[in-house]
Design a protein around this ligand. Structure first.
Ligand code: 10D
Ligand code: SF4
Length: 316
Protein backbone atom coordinates (compact mmCIF):
# COMPACT_ATOMS: atom_id res chain seq x y z
CA UNK A 1 0.00 0.00 0.00
CA UNK A 2 1.38 3.44 -0.86
CA UNK A 3 1.70 5.89 1.98
CA UNK A 4 -0.06 9.27 1.79
CA UNK A 5 2.17 12.30 1.23
CA UNK A 6 2.87 14.64 4.11
CA UNK A 7 4.84 17.87 4.23
CA UNK A 8 6.42 18.11 7.65
CA UNK A 9 7.43 21.57 8.80
CA UNK A 10 10.07 21.53 11.52
CA UNK A 11 10.24 24.68 13.61
CA UNK A 12 13.60 26.31 14.17
CA UNK A 13 14.41 27.14 16.84
CA UNK A 14 12.81 24.35 18.85
CA UNK A 15 13.73 22.30 21.92
CA UNK A 16 16.48 22.93 24.45
CA UNK A 17 17.30 26.50 25.43
CA UNK A 18 20.54 27.64 27.05
CA UNK A 19 19.07 27.54 30.57
CA UNK A 20 17.88 23.95 30.22
CA UNK A 21 21.16 22.84 28.69
CA UNK A 22 23.07 24.40 31.58
CA UNK A 23 20.79 22.93 34.26
CA UNK A 24 21.11 19.38 32.90
CA UNK A 25 24.88 19.79 32.64
CA UNK A 26 24.99 20.88 36.27
CA UNK A 27 23.32 17.65 37.40
CA UNK A 28 25.57 15.53 35.17
CA UNK A 29 28.70 17.30 36.40
CA UNK A 30 27.57 17.00 40.02
CA UNK A 31 27.17 13.24 39.56
CA UNK A 32 30.64 13.04 38.05
CA UNK A 33 32.21 15.18 40.75
CA UNK A 34 30.51 13.89 43.87
CA UNK A 35 29.10 10.52 42.77
CA UNK A 36 25.56 9.26 43.40
CA UNK A 37 23.26 10.08 44.97
CA UNK A 38 22.93 13.76 44.08
CA UNK A 39 19.60 15.26 45.14
CA UNK A 40 17.62 17.56 42.87
CA UNK A 41 14.89 19.75 44.29
CA UNK A 42 12.00 19.59 41.78
CA UNK A 43 12.35 18.22 38.23
CA UNK A 44 15.54 19.86 36.96
CA UNK A 45 13.49 20.79 33.86
CA UNK A 46 9.93 19.74 33.12
CA UNK A 47 10.57 16.63 31.07
CA UNK A 48 10.09 13.04 32.15
CA UNK A 49 12.64 11.65 29.68
CA UNK A 50 15.34 14.00 31.00
CA UNK A 51 14.44 13.26 34.61
CA UNK A 52 14.37 9.47 34.08
CA UNK A 53 17.74 9.61 32.34
CA UNK A 54 19.34 11.53 35.23
CA UNK A 55 17.64 9.30 37.77
CA UNK A 56 19.22 6.28 36.07
CA UNK A 57 22.61 7.99 36.51
CA UNK A 58 22.05 8.47 40.25
CA UNK A 59 20.04 11.67 40.69
CA UNK A 60 17.27 11.60 43.29
CA UNK A 61 14.38 13.97 42.62
CA UNK A 62 12.47 15.44 45.56
CA UNK A 63 10.00 18.28 45.90
CA UNK A 64 11.25 19.77 49.17
CA UNK A 65 14.62 20.32 50.77
CA UNK A 66 13.36 18.51 53.88
CA UNK A 67 13.51 15.29 51.89
CA UNK A 68 17.29 15.63 51.36
CA UNK A 69 19.94 14.42 53.80
CA UNK A 70 22.44 16.99 55.10
CA UNK A 71 25.45 15.16 53.77
CA UNK A 72 24.66 14.88 50.04
CA UNK A 73 24.76 17.65 47.40
CA UNK A 74 21.48 19.16 46.30
CA UNK A 75 20.72 21.04 43.10
CA UNK A 76 17.93 23.58 42.71
CA UNK A 77 15.96 23.31 39.47
CA UNK A 78 16.21 25.69 36.50
CA UNK A 79 12.90 27.32 37.45
CA UNK A 80 14.36 29.05 40.52
CA UNK A 81 13.63 28.79 44.23
CA UNK A 82 12.33 31.10 46.96
CA UNK A 83 15.10 32.72 49.02
CA UNK A 84 14.15 30.52 51.97
CA UNK A 85 15.47 27.42 50.17
CA UNK A 86 19.19 28.30 49.85
CA UNK A 87 18.92 29.94 53.28
CA UNK A 88 17.72 26.65 54.79
CA UNK A 89 20.40 24.68 52.90
CA UNK A 90 23.09 27.02 54.23
CA UNK A 91 21.70 26.67 57.75
CA UNK A 92 21.97 22.90 57.42
CA UNK A 93 25.50 23.32 56.06
CA UNK A 94 24.55 21.49 52.88
CA UNK A 95 26.48 21.54 49.62
CA UNK A 96 24.08 23.06 47.10
CA UNK A 97 24.26 24.21 43.50
CA UNK A 98 21.68 26.58 42.13
CA UNK A 99 20.73 25.62 38.54
CA UNK A 100 18.27 28.52 38.22
CA UNK A 101 18.46 29.85 34.66
CA UNK A 102 20.39 33.15 34.62
CA UNK A 103 17.41 34.75 32.86
CA UNK A 104 15.15 33.76 35.75
CA UNK A 105 17.75 35.03 38.24
CA UNK A 106 17.74 38.33 36.34
CA UNK A 107 14.02 38.69 37.13
CA UNK A 108 14.72 37.87 40.80
CA UNK A 109 17.26 40.68 40.88
CA UNK A 110 14.84 43.09 39.20
CA UNK A 111 12.19 42.33 41.82
CA UNK A 112 14.69 42.82 44.64
CA UNK A 113 15.87 46.12 43.19
CA UNK A 114 12.33 47.49 42.97
CA UNK A 115 11.66 46.33 46.52
CA UNK A 116 14.81 48.06 47.76
CA UNK A 117 13.54 51.25 46.08
CA UNK A 118 10.34 50.97 48.10
CA UNK A 119 8.07 49.56 45.38
CA UNK A 120 5.46 46.86 45.71
CA UNK A 121 5.69 44.33 42.86
CA UNK A 122 3.04 42.87 40.58
CA UNK A 123 4.11 39.59 39.02
CA UNK A 124 2.46 38.40 35.82
CA UNK A 125 2.67 34.63 36.02
CA UNK A 126 0.85 31.36 36.47
CA UNK A 127 -0.30 30.46 39.98
CA UNK A 128 1.28 27.29 41.32
CA UNK A 129 4.18 27.27 38.86
CA UNK A 130 7.61 26.85 40.50
CA UNK A 131 9.09 29.86 38.70
CA UNK A 132 6.30 32.05 40.03
CA UNK A 133 6.83 30.66 43.54
CA UNK A 134 10.58 31.25 43.21
CA UNK A 135 10.28 34.84 42.00
CA UNK A 136 7.60 35.75 44.55
CA UNK A 137 9.71 34.07 47.22
CA UNK A 138 12.56 36.53 46.67
CA UNK A 139 10.62 39.06 48.73
CA UNK A 140 8.69 38.99 51.98
CA UNK A 141 5.06 37.83 51.92
CA UNK A 142 2.66 40.46 50.54
CA UNK A 143 5.37 42.35 48.63
CA UNK A 144 4.59 40.54 45.35
CA UNK A 145 1.03 40.35 44.05
CA UNK A 146 0.26 37.77 41.37
CA UNK A 147 -1.89 38.41 38.29
CA UNK A 148 -2.57 36.10 35.37
CA UNK A 149 -5.14 38.01 33.29
CA UNK A 150 -6.36 41.57 32.64
CA UNK A 151 -9.32 40.72 34.88
CA UNK A 152 -6.96 40.04 37.79
CA UNK A 153 -5.51 43.51 37.24
CA UNK A 154 -8.94 45.06 37.75
CA UNK A 155 -9.22 43.23 41.10
CA UNK A 156 -5.78 44.23 42.41
CA UNK A 157 -5.57 45.94 45.77
CA UNK A 158 -2.24 47.73 46.01
CA UNK A 159 -0.54 49.65 48.80
CA UNK A 160 0.29 52.74 46.75
CA UNK A 161 -0.49 53.01 43.02
CA UNK A 162 2.42 55.44 42.63
CA UNK A 163 5.00 53.00 44.00
CA UNK A 164 4.39 49.93 41.93
CA UNK A 165 6.56 47.84 39.58
CA UNK A 166 5.93 44.70 37.59
CA UNK A 167 7.92 41.62 36.60
CA UNK A 168 6.84 38.54 34.63
CA UNK A 169 7.41 34.82 34.35
CA UNK A 170 9.86 34.06 31.52
CA UNK A 171 7.71 31.53 29.66
CA UNK A 172 4.44 33.38 29.14
CA UNK A 173 2.56 33.85 25.89
CA UNK A 174 4.03 37.00 24.36
CA UNK A 175 0.67 38.10 22.94
CA UNK A 176 -1.40 37.42 26.07
CA UNK A 177 1.15 39.28 28.17
CA UNK A 178 0.82 42.40 26.01
CA UNK A 179 -2.82 42.58 27.15
CA UNK A 180 -1.98 42.14 30.84
CA UNK A 181 0.78 44.76 30.69
CA UNK A 182 -1.63 47.14 28.90
CA UNK A 183 -4.22 46.61 31.65
CA UNK A 184 -1.57 47.33 34.30
CA UNK A 185 -0.40 50.50 32.57
CA UNK A 186 -3.97 51.60 32.04
CA UNK A 187 -4.87 51.24 35.71
CA UNK A 188 -1.47 52.32 37.09
CA UNK A 189 0.05 54.77 34.57
CA UNK A 190 3.23 55.21 36.63
CA UNK A 191 3.98 51.52 37.13
CA UNK A 192 7.65 50.70 36.54
CA UNK A 193 8.77 47.65 34.64
CA UNK A 194 10.99 46.16 31.98
CA UNK A 195 10.90 47.61 28.45
CA UNK A 196 8.21 45.06 27.46
CA UNK A 197 8.14 42.10 29.87
CA UNK A 198 10.61 39.46 31.14
CA UNK A 199 9.77 36.74 28.62
CA UNK A 200 13.07 35.17 27.55
CA UNK A 201 14.59 34.91 24.09
CA UNK A 202 13.89 31.16 23.87
CA UNK A 203 10.19 31.51 24.67
CA UNK A 204 9.82 34.37 22.19
CA UNK A 205 11.70 32.61 19.40
CA UNK A 206 9.79 29.33 19.79
CA UNK A 207 6.46 31.17 19.73
CA UNK A 208 7.49 33.11 16.60
CA UNK A 209 8.44 29.88 14.81
CA UNK A 210 5.10 28.31 15.77
CA UNK A 211 3.21 31.30 14.38
CA UNK A 212 5.08 30.99 11.07
CA UNK A 213 4.31 27.26 10.97
CA UNK A 214 0.65 27.60 11.97
CA UNK A 215 -0.06 29.56 8.81
CA UNK A 216 1.03 26.57 6.70
CA UNK A 217 0.20 23.46 8.71
CA UNK A 218 -3.10 21.54 8.95
CA UNK A 219 -1.99 20.20 12.32
CA UNK A 220 0.77 20.77 14.84
CA UNK A 221 2.52 18.57 17.36
CA UNK A 222 4.40 20.17 20.23
CA UNK A 223 6.83 17.82 21.95
CA UNK A 224 6.75 18.67 25.64
CA UNK A 225 5.37 17.83 29.05
CA UNK A 226 1.98 18.77 30.48
CA UNK A 227 3.68 20.60 33.37
CA UNK A 228 5.93 22.58 31.02
CA UNK A 229 4.62 26.13 30.86
CA UNK A 230 6.56 27.14 27.75
CA UNK A 231 5.50 23.97 25.88
CA UNK A 232 1.84 24.49 26.72
CA UNK A 233 2.06 28.07 25.52
CA UNK A 234 3.34 26.79 22.15
CA UNK A 235 0.17 24.70 21.75
CA UNK A 236 -1.99 27.73 22.58
CA UNK A 237 -0.03 30.01 20.26
CA UNK A 238 -0.36 27.47 17.42
CA UNK A 239 -4.12 27.18 17.89
CA UNK A 240 -4.54 30.94 18.21
CA UNK A 241 -2.50 31.50 15.05
CA UNK A 242 -5.02 29.42 13.13
CA UNK A 243 -3.74 25.86 13.18
CA UNK A 244 -6.85 23.67 13.28
CA UNK A 245 -5.30 20.98 15.48
CA UNK A 246 -2.46 21.64 17.92
CA UNK A 247 -1.52 18.90 20.36
CA UNK A 248 1.06 18.44 23.12
CA UNK A 249 2.82 15.06 22.95
CA UNK A 250 5.38 13.69 25.37
CA UNK A 251 6.36 10.78 23.12
CA UNK A 252 5.39 9.38 19.72
CA UNK A 253 2.99 7.02 21.50
CA UNK A 254 0.86 10.04 22.46
CA UNK A 255 0.08 10.91 18.84
CA UNK A 256 -3.63 10.61 18.12
CA UNK A 257 -3.49 9.21 14.58
CA UNK A 258 -7.26 9.44 14.13
CA UNK A 259 -7.17 13.18 14.70
CA UNK A 260 -4.53 13.47 11.96
CA UNK A 261 -6.59 11.65 9.32
CA UNK A 262 -6.73 13.53 6.02
CA UNK A 263 -3.98 16.05 6.76
CA UNK A 264 -1.36 16.81 4.12
CA UNK A 265 0.80 19.21 6.14
CA UNK A 266 1.96 19.09 9.77
CA UNK A 267 4.16 21.27 11.96
CA UNK A 268 6.44 19.82 14.62
CA UNK A 269 8.16 21.76 17.37
CA UNK A 270 9.41 21.15 20.90
CA UNK A 271 9.33 23.09 24.15
CA UNK A 272 12.54 24.39 25.72
CA UNK A 273 12.78 21.34 28.02
CA UNK A 274 12.18 18.64 25.37
CA UNK A 275 15.26 16.82 24.04
CA UNK A 276 15.79 16.48 20.28
CA UNK A 277 15.76 12.68 20.57
CA UNK A 278 12.01 12.92 21.27
CA UNK A 279 11.51 15.13 18.21
CA UNK A 280 13.35 12.49 16.16
CA UNK A 281 11.04 9.84 17.59
CA UNK A 282 7.94 11.81 16.53
CA UNK A 283 9.38 12.46 13.06
CA UNK A 284 10.17 8.75 12.65
CA UNK A 285 6.63 7.80 13.69
CA UNK A 286 5.26 10.17 11.02
CA UNK A 287 7.65 8.73 8.44
CA UNK A 288 6.39 5.23 9.22
CA UNK A 289 2.87 6.23 8.16
CA UNK A 290 3.41 8.92 5.54
CA UNK A 291 5.67 9.68 2.63
CA UNK A 292 7.27 12.63 4.37
CA UNK A 293 8.98 15.68 2.91
CA UNK A 294 10.70 17.69 5.65
CA UNK A 295 10.97 21.46 5.42
CA UNK A 296 12.51 23.59 8.16
CA UNK A 297 10.77 26.84 9.10
CA UNK A 298 13.54 28.97 10.51
CA UNK A 299 12.51 32.26 12.06
CA UNK A 300 15.60 32.91 14.20
CA UNK A 301 19.08 31.60 14.95
CA UNK A 302 20.21 31.15 18.53
CA UNK A 303 23.73 31.14 19.87
CA UNK A 304 23.08 31.73 23.56
CA UNK A 305 25.14 29.67 25.98
CA UNK A 306 25.35 29.93 29.76
CA UNK A 307 28.41 28.99 31.79
CA UNK A 308 28.09 26.38 34.50
CA UNK A 309 28.65 27.74 38.04
CA UNK A 310 32.17 28.05 39.39
CA UNK A 311 31.69 25.36 42.01
CA UNK A 312 31.22 22.83 39.21
CA UNK A 313 34.41 23.79 37.40
CA UNK A 314 37.93 22.77 38.31
CA UNK A 315 40.04 25.75 39.43
CA UNK A 316 42.01 27.21 36.48
O1 10D B 1 7.33 25.07 32.90
P1 10D B 1 8.47 25.84 32.28
O2 10D B 1 8.27 26.16 30.86
O3 10D B 1 8.78 27.06 33.11
O4 10D B 1 9.78 24.94 32.46
P2 10D B 1 10.45 23.83 31.55
O5 10D B 1 11.30 23.04 32.46
O6 10D B 1 9.47 23.14 30.71
O7 10D B 1 11.38 24.66 30.54
C1 10D B 1 12.48 25.40 30.96
C2 10D B 1 12.06 26.71 31.48
C3 10D B 1 12.41 27.19 32.68
C4 10D B 1 13.40 26.57 33.55
C5 10D B 1 11.79 28.42 33.21
F1 10D B 1 12.41 29.47 32.67
FE1 SF4 C 1 16.06 30.26 30.75
FE2 SF4 C 1 14.23 30.94 28.95
FE3 SF4 C 1 15.15 28.50 29.02
FE4 SF4 C 1 13.60 29.37 30.98
S1 SF4 C 1 13.02 29.06 28.86
S2 SF4 C 1 15.44 28.16 31.19
S3 SF4 C 1 14.28 31.53 31.11
S4 SF4 C 1 16.35 30.37 28.55
Amino acid sequence: MTKPSLTLYLAAPRGFCAGVDRAIKIVEMALEKWGAPVYVRHEIVHNRYVVDDLRAKGAVFVEELEECPDDRPVIFSAHGVPKSVPAEAAKRNMLYVDATCPLVSKVHIEAERHHADGFQIVMIGHAGHPETAGTMGQLPEGEVLLVETPRDVADLEVRDPERLAFVTQTTLSVDDTIDVVAALKDRFPNIKGPHKEDICYATTNRQDAVKAMAAKADAMLVVGAPNSSNSRRLVEVGAKAGCGYAQLVQRATDIDWRALEGITTIGVTAGASAPEVLVDEVVEALKARYEVTVEEIETARENVEFKVPRVMREPA
